[in-house]
Write a protein that binds this ligand. Structure first.
Ligand SMILES: [Zn+2]
Length: 271
């Protein structure tokens, strides 16, 4: 019984921490895309830019207290704020259940950084260097100190180098064929980071899953033009990819970490 209570207390704490991280992830992504300093700038209202109080800044509570309206200027808060907080809260719970608390702790920065990358790539087709290269450095450092769940340092280095070479090579071939880049350099740095955290064995399955999902979504967008409103409002330069490939890479990497059957199938195929 005591274990049961301890488990649920810990679980509740994990979900709560997750919603706080979700609030941070959303703010970091929005500020980065808006060109603001995402660390030093105080939290302000999204509409009237009045500085938020501590209570208004709390995840979920700030939104629920005034039923989705800002306390200062009574504007409807975009659902994105609430949804991302809930999503990251649930993600933290899933990570905790799948990895246990030691690995969850080691992998927390991995999930936070990748959630920011997902949002900036989705919003603006940008992957910040501080996230991809910073995440790469952190992954190598944690691998070096044998943090739980990370590959040994030699595999982390192999994963980073292999990931870089793999996407750089894919893009090089694409450029020979189509005379323009198929991928942003941000994607190349992102997969190097994923390789450092997850090791070289993860690279091909992640790339394959991401490309497959990207192709499916691409086909769906062609079939249902109204779904692609997000893209139409922001015309794409010709030399850029039409889908944020980083979002697919991040999703595939999350699946790799959180779905053990997928890893087992792949590891069975690797000699
Ligand atoms: Zn306001």
């Amino acid at each position: 019984m005591q274990n049961f209570v301890e488990f649920w207390l810990l679980f509740f704490w994990v979900v709560l921490t997750g919603t706080c991280l979700g609030s941070f992830v959303n703010a970091a992504a929005l500020r980065y895309v808006a060109g603001q300093n995402w660390i030093s700038e105080p939290s302000t209202c999204f509409a009237c830019h009045v500085r938020l109080s501590f209570w208004q800044n709390l995840p979920l509570y700030g939104w629920l207290r005034h039923a989705g309206y800002s306390a200062c200027c009574k504007q409807p808060i975009p659902p994105r704020y609430l949804l991302i907080e809930i999503f990251v809260g649930l993600l933290a719970a899933l990570v905790f259940l799948q990895l246990g608390w030691q690995q969850s702790l080691a992998f927390m920065p991995f999930f936070v950084i990748n959630c920011v990358i997902f949002l900036t790539d989705f919003d603006d087709f940008i992957i910040p260097d501080w996230a991809s290269l910073g995440g790469l450095g952190l992954g190598l450092l944690l691998a070096f100190v044998n943090a739980p769940g990370l590959p040994p340092i030699e595999f982390a280095l192999l994963g980073a180098g292999g990931g870089f070479a793999l996407l750089y090579g894919v893009n090089f071939l694409y450029r020979l064929w189509r005379r323009h880049d198929g991928l942003g350099f941000g994607d190349v740095k992102l997969i190097a980071m994923l390789g450092a955290w997850l090791g070289p064995v993860a690279l091909l399955p992640i790339l394959f899953l991401a490309a497959f999902a990207g192709a499916l979504v691409g086909l769906a967008l062609i079939a249902y033009p109204y779904v692609s409103k997000h893209n139409i409002s922001k015309p794409m330069p010709q030399d850029k990819a039409h889908l944020p490939f980083g979002c697919f890479l991040v999703t595939a990497a999350f699946l790799w970490v959180l779905c053990p059957p997928l890893r087992h199938i792949v590891l069975m195929l690797v000699p």
